[in-house]
Design a protein around this ligand. Structure first.
Ligand code: HEM
Length: 490
């Protein structure tokens, strides 16, 4: 059986969309909102364009690339039609481009005769993206089906519910996005219906991004971060998570808005409470932040000798991927914070109280804090291997990505969580909070640029490296300073 090579086009598409579109728009939005600059009706269209580009173009396309490489190997069955992987990008790239350019231009062309054709161009982006998504999901389903008796593959069957949610979530989002854009073009509106847009974003985060992040974490981090192999009911947690998402999502569908609002509010609160609880339980079991459990078996990286210098303390690598664990730990810290906020908010409503936590803050804890930091950490650890390099080009850039990304997330979220009395008591705290919020986008943009430069340099480094133990020894010496650095591991 022949597995297809890694298709790095997904990674470059994701990074380009983030740098030229999603994060750049985010930086502009943050400045305008922070300082209260005048924003017309088109501004809301820009917010939607930012959200869509970040969800689908940055996080979604990145996940597509990784999963098309990873899932066939997990399922022990190659993609049935590897040549179709190219078509996904051929559809997705123009789709994202039309949405980015169309969305931005539409916002400023409201009174122009070009408005109607531009609206239809943005509608066409939905069609192209939907085509790419259907192709992607059908390829993954083909692999899953081909893997035959799933019972023989415990590694896959444990995370199957998460992949099932991911497939359903992609298709649901693609359909909603397409219909919303067509409806916008038909009615000559500048932005898509806000209620349905909220619903689609919520569905994408809860059914695509979170489940796939959980599945990849369960399968990859025991290996990369020397965690004990999962001996807990991953499968059961997957279904509990699905139940919580359905309770939170279904009653929030716009057509149900008018029916029994009190009951709907309570069901959503129950789902929110359950979702927060299930995520916290998942993180506890994963043991990534807590490190309670010893390794289940003897790990080879603990064996040292003349040919096998010690690895980094507690980790199975020699530092050749930089301190990639930092963004991963940061990601899980943000996830815990987001889940805790949901748990608290859900419990408060069920008990008859209301805690004013901005939904936008929780959303960005998950998206900028968790998903984006997970991409920062996992990409520098995984991608060099996928493209046949043994190390990342610069450990310093891994650190820069981590610091800038963390600063961005704190600046984006902290001003929204600060209590009102703080602003009353501290002089000039208003201006401070505004400025912190305003710079968050530029910091996030800088983090992604550092990641892109690092991955680009990694991809352009020569393929051949010192092999086996020699490699480990050269890295260990360069870390201890016994020998001049062999070039690159800054
Ligand atoms: C530092 C980086 C970021 C900045 C400065 C930023 C800024 C913003 C701003 C100002 C809004 C509008 C909030 C409002 O309506 O009050 C927004 C909305 C949104 N952002 Fe971000 N964001 C960033 C990162 C991200 C990331 C990484 C993602 C996803 C992976 C994301 C997804 C979204 C979504 C889905 C919305 C809602 C869009 C809508 O209402 O249609 N953002 N962001």
């Amino acid at each position: 059986m022949q597995y297809a090579e890694f298709h790095s086009g997904f990674i470059w598409t994701s990074l380009t969309t983030a740098i030229a579109g999603g994060f750049a728009f985010g930086a502009y939005l943050a400045v305008v909102i922070a300082y209260g600059f005048p924003a017309g009706r088109g501004f809301y269209a820009l917010i939607q364009t930012h959200g869509h580009l970040q969800l689908v173009g940055w996080a979604g396309v990145f996940i597509m690339g990784i999963s098309l490489h990873f899932i066939p190997r997990l399922a022990s069955f190659p993609l049935p039609h590897p040549e179709r992987v190219h078509y996904i990008l051929w559809l997705m790239v123009p789709g994202l481009l039309l949405r980015a350019v169309g969305g931005a231009v539409l916002a400023s062309f409201e009174e122009s005769p070009l408005f109607v054709p531009l609206g239809w161009l943005v509608g066409a982006s939905g069609l192209l993206e939907a085509g790419a998504i259907v192709l992607y999901v059908s390829l993954l389903i083909g692999t899953m089906r081909g893997s035959g008796s799933i019972g023989k593959l415990p590694a896959l069957s444990a995370v199957k519910p998460f992949f099932g949610m991911m497939a359903a979530g992609w298709i649901l989002y693609a359909c909603l996005n397409l219909f919303l854009l067509l409806h916008m073009a038909l009615t000559g509106d500048i932005a898509v219906n806000s209620g349905w847009n909220e619903f689609a974003i919520h569905a994408f985060i809860s059914l695509v991004l979170l489940p796939v992040a959980f599945a990849l974490s369960v399968r990859l981090f025991p290996l990369y971060l020397a965690l004990p192999a999962p001996d807990w009911p991953v499968y059961g947690i997957g279904y509990a998570f699905l139940l919580s998402v359905l309770l939170q999502l279904v009653p929030a569908a716009p057509p149900l808005a008018g029916f029994a609002p009190d009951v709907i509010r309570l069901v959503i609160a129950l789902g929110t409470l359950l979702k927060g609880g299930v995520i916290l339980w998942f993180v506890w079991q994963l043991d990534l932040l807590t490190r309670r459990r010893p390794l289940g078996r003897h790990a080879r990286f603990l064996d040292t000798g003349p040919d096998r210098p010690p690895t980094r303390p507690g980790l199975p690598d020699y530092g050749e991927f930089g301190r990639f664990e930092r963004p991963v730990y940061a990601a899980y810290t943000w996830l815990v914070l987001g889940a805790f906020m949901e748990l608290l908010g859900g419990a408060a409503i069920l008990l008859g109280y209301s805690i004013p936590i901005a939904a936008d803050a929780i959303r960005h804890m998950y998206l900028l804090g968790f998903i984006t930091h997970l991409i920062f950490g996992a990409s520098v650890r995984m991608l060099p291997g996928f493209i046949r390099r043994k190390r990342v080009a610069s450990a310093a850039l891994v650190d820069a990505t981590f610091w800038l990304g963390s600063a961005a997330a704190v600046c984006r979220v902290a001003p929204l969580l600060s209590p009102a009395w703080l602003f009353d008591r501290l002089p000039a705290s208003d201006l401070l909070a505004q400025t912190i919020f305003a710079i968050s986008g530029t910091l996030g943009w800088g983090a992604v640029v550092c990641l892109a430069v690092n991955l680009w340099q990694t991809a352009n480094a020569p393929m051949k490296q010192p092999s086996g133990a020699n490699w480990a020894i050269s890295i260990a010496h360069s870390r201890s300073g016994k020998r001049p650095e062999g070039g690159g591991l800054s």
